[in-house]
Ligand binder design. Structure first.
Ligand SMILES: Cc1cc2nc3c(=O)[nH]c(=O)nc-3n(C[C@H](O)[C@H](O)[C@H](O)COP(=O)(O)O)c2cc1C
Length: 416
């Protein structure tokens, strides 16, 4: 029997995913069986149900919609789940990933129950942390957030390239501002995974004053972030990527570290980590300089990489759209950057790998190149939340085959 609290969850599915008639009845039946710990009749196992829900029902509907509208629907649906009691646990039954000792990671002063996180840009305002923590992510980034709210670039600004399993976006840091995010994170009742706040500058702020914007974000969000990510690599804010080079990077990171120290002195507690997210569109000399500056600045790690402006090897007409390309075509380039960063730092500066990870093999490739953790965005859109469970199970298998007992033994294995 449906209870009233269950009804809220089912309404969420039926309304938000626009299920009708038979489909809505199937969703209700699957939910009830999962809630009661049974398998729905005729459905072989739980993974089958989750895949069925996304690939056969949600994805076809979502992919018929404008990509940004679909995005809002996902965030809207997942942001409501924290307040509807059985939903997070229902989602965990369907999509959760059980922590296992071989893949749990302690790093950056945090415990990561699984090594696969949600990359920045999907939950720009920190509204869906409980939802995303319930579908198998080991950590998540929220943002990019800027000190003041801004609307971002004109729409359309997000494009799918299905044959290439890619996205092009030129969102331009649309977000509600640092204070609004602080409000969202303050309301969170429980946190199951580390939350990294990804910070940037407002479009109207000139690069000479960028450090003030990053400092303002840290001031507003220090209490609520488990760690910070300094984003200097989005291709969609004019001139932002210039902050990656020359003296500007050194000065920016010095200002960031100074603000972090100031906040720690004020708030107390252990020092929180800062990571820097870099672009894949740099030559070897630029990368070497950048990594040297980042390593000398005292930050705790690097996220490699953000989206690319390259359009190599694409077949879909949306390749001509301006913006950052993510997904499969980015995979090799971002792995190459990880390899170079690991080599230059001799593995001393931890790396989070991002770019084109769809499978456990993709994740393992980045780990062996030097990544200690990985994160995904585009694969979640194409594969659905089941992707987390598949990557986790596959990674365990790959480690076992190579004779490793813990993921840390595989980090940077290509270099030995
Ligand atoms: C629609 C969209 C918006 C994004 N917004 C941000 C952002 O605000 N900040 C950021 O650091 N990265 C952003 N990214 C980049 C992702 O965090 C990620 O680094 C990149 O997409 C590569 O990973 P993937 O191939 O798994 O998607 C965005 C990506 C997409 C597709």
């Amino acid at each position: 029997m449906l209870r009233s609290s269950d009804l809220k969850f089912v309404c969420l599915c039926v309304n938000d995913f626009l299920f009708e008639g038979e489909t809505a009845r199937l969703v209700c039946r699957v939910f009830l069986h999962i809630r009661d710990g049974e398998r729905p009749y005729g459905v072989p196992n739980q993974n089958g149900v989750s895949d069925l829900l996304y690939k056969s029902l949600a994805k076809p509907l979502l992919f018929k919609m404008d990509p940004e509208q679909a995005h809002h629907l996902i965030i809207g649906g997942l942001s409501g789940v924290g307040s509807v009691r059985p939903v997070p646990s229902g989602l965990r039954v369907m999509y959760g990933v059980r922590e296992t000792p071989d893949l749990a990671v302690d790093m950056f002063g945090c415990h990561f129950p699984t090594p696969v996180g949600l990359a920045a840009g999907l939950d720009k305002n920190g509204q869906a942390v409980t939802g995303f923590s319930s579908i198998g992510f080991g950590f998540m980034e929220v943002g990019t957030v800027t000190p003041l709210a801004q609307s971002g670039n004109d729409q359309p600004r997000l494009f799918r390239l299905p044959p290439d399993e890619a996205l092009v976006n030129r969102m331009g840091f649309n977000n509600l501002g640092a204070e609004a995010m602080a409000g969202e994170l303050a309301r969170l009742q429980e946190r199951r995974i580390p939350v990294a706040v990804n910070i940037g500058k407002n479009k109207v702020t000139p690069n000479e004053e960028a450090h003030l914007d990053y400092a303002k974000c840290i001031q507003a969000l220090y209490t609520y972030a488990d760690l910070f990510v300094v984003n200097i690599s989005s291709p969609n804010t004019p001139d932002l990527r210039n902050l990656q080079h020359g003296n500007e990077l050194k000065e920016l990171l010095a200002a960031v570290m100074e603000e972090m120290n100031r906040q720690q002195a004020k708030v107390g507690g252990a020092a929180k980590s800062v990571l820097v997210k870099i672009a894949p569109d740099v030559n070897e000399q630029e990368l070497e300089y950048m990594v040297g500056t980042i390593a000398a600045s005292g930050v705790s790690g690097i996220i490699a990489t953000n989206t690319t402006i390259s359009r190599e090897g694409l077949s879909h007409q949306h390749a001509k759209e301006t913006g950052g390309l993510s997904g499969k075509p980015l995979r090799e380039r971002s792995t190459e950057i990880i390899r170079q960063v690991y080599r230059q730092t001799e593995g001393k500066l931890p790396i989070i790998g991002s770019g084109g990870i769809f499978t456990s093999e993709d994740a393992y490739e980045k780990i062996k190149a030097g990544a200690s953790l990985v994160e995904i965005y585009t694969a979640l859109i194409y594969e659905g939340p089941e992707v987390n469970r598949k990557i986790h199970a596959g990674l365990r298998e790959l480690l076992r085959k190579d004779g490793y007992h813990h993921i840390s033994e595989a980090v940077g294995a290509d270099h030995r």
